[in-house]
Write a protein that binds this ligand. Structure first.
Ligand code: NAD
Ligand code: G3P
Length: 332
């Protein structure tokens, strides 16, 4: 069992990091990619018992989750639904285990978020979203970073906060899992657009305009899907948008940059050798936007570009030639 170190969120505000250290937690990390490995290392440094499972590891999924207090999934979106189903049907997930999801994506088959998938599959377990401006390569180096753990179960969020928090990894709790998750997911499509902007050498003014105009777009679709407006202005929203859109470490940014300098998508993805969720997210997002009639002009151009319907230059022209209008008119 995970100990319950915090009596309430109110008391957590005044307790120092040192006082937040808990009893040892049994953490199982599912996914041994860049993010799963970085999160496993953070928990190990906090002296917790960490086991890491991946589909290629010798450890079976059943053995990996046996006795787990916390199960954290950090696999690519394409595997989340299948993994949730395997956890539900093939193995015995401990009754009291907290499930944490750190994936930033949307399920292509159902358009659900990972937290929605885990909540529907495990209705009696607390589900926590971990999301923020977290480029794993910087975190691996021990550079300072902050993130958000969001859940409707406040005690579970606080326990996950304590599990990973350190002097170099500052964690805030939030009661809005969908908002935190969608901020981190939708910005990947915008990071592709900003990569295009930089690849075409369009300048700082254009980049600032793109990121700023992306905010109402993300908020419009994010709130429609159930997130709270204010969450999109926090670390998991604006914060992650800034990190991902301004760093060459971002794989999504590099997808856009590569397209702008004339590379084919397949070549870019092969060179990356790891997950760029924005490509799948753009497809699912446009499916949702079309179905629900939600305007997403930037994401739509990214979608057209990724699917070979337009060139990077044509995408820029399409955005610049839209009808003129007042700035603050279309948040919802
Ligand atoms: N790397 C980062 O900086 C970072 C930061 C925050 C969030 N994320 C998110 O975390 C998720 C994983 O990213 P990553 O950087 O670790 O990617 P990665 O490509 O390095 O690793 C992906 C992992 O998912 C596993 N996987 C893929 N398909 C699977 C399937 N069908 N079944 C089981 N496992 C499967 C792979 O084996 C691998 O272990 C993504 O949603 C990403 O957006 C990444
Ligand atoms: O490398 P990216 O583009 O997947 O970005 C990683 C994280 O989402 C940044 O917070």
């Amino acid at each position: 069992m995970v100990s319950a170190p915090i009596k309430s969120a109110q008391s957590a505000k005044v307790i120092s990091n040192a006082a937040l250290k808990t009893q040892t937690v049994n953490l199982t990390v599912l996914g041994a990619g860049a993010w799963g490995s970085a999160l496993a290392a953070l928990a190990s440094r906090n002296q917790h018992n960490v086991s890491v499972w991946s589909r290629r590891s010798e450890l079976s999924l059943a053995d990996a989750v046996k006795g787990a207090d916390v199960i954290l999934s950090a696999i690519s979106m394409k595997g989340v639904a299948e993994l949730a189903n395997r956890l539900n049907t093939e193995v015995a997930v401990p009754e009291s285990a907290i499930i944490v999801t750190a994936t930033k994506g949307l399920d292509p088959a159902t358009t659900r978020t990972p937290s929605q998938i885990f909540t529907e599959t495990f209705p009696t377990h607390p589900v926590v979203v971990l999301s923020g401006p977290n480029l794993s390569k910087e975190i691996e180096k021990g550079l300072p970073a902050a993130t958000v753990v969001a859940s409707t179960d406040e005690a579970a969020a606080t326990q996950v906060q304590t599990l990973f928090a350190s002097d170099s990894f500052r964690i805030y709790t939030s009661p809005d899992p969908l908002g935190a998750e969608l901020g981190g997911t939708l910005k990947n499509v915008i990071a592709i657009a900003v990569g295009v902007c930089d690849g075409l050498n369009l300048g700082t003014n254009a980049k600032a305009a793109l990121m700023t105009r992306a905010m109402p777009e993300v908020i419009r679709i994010g709130t429609h899907l159930g997130g709270q407006t204010e969450t999109f202005f926090g670390l998991s929203g604006l914060g992650d948008m800034l990190a991902t859109c301004t760093s060459v470490l971002s794989r999504n940014y590099r997808v856009g940059y590569g397209l702008a300098v004339g590379k084919k998508l397949e070549q870019i993805l092969a060179e990356l050798g790891s997950t760029a969720e924005g490509v799948n997210t753009a497809n699912v997002l446009i499916e949702i936007a079309n179905r629900e009639e939600i305007p997403v002009p930037i994401s739509r151009q990214v979608h057209r570009l990724l699917n070979g319907k337009i060139t990077p230059q044509e995408a820029v022209e399409a955005l610049m030639e839209r009808d003129l209008k007042p700035e603050v008119c279309d948040l919802f």
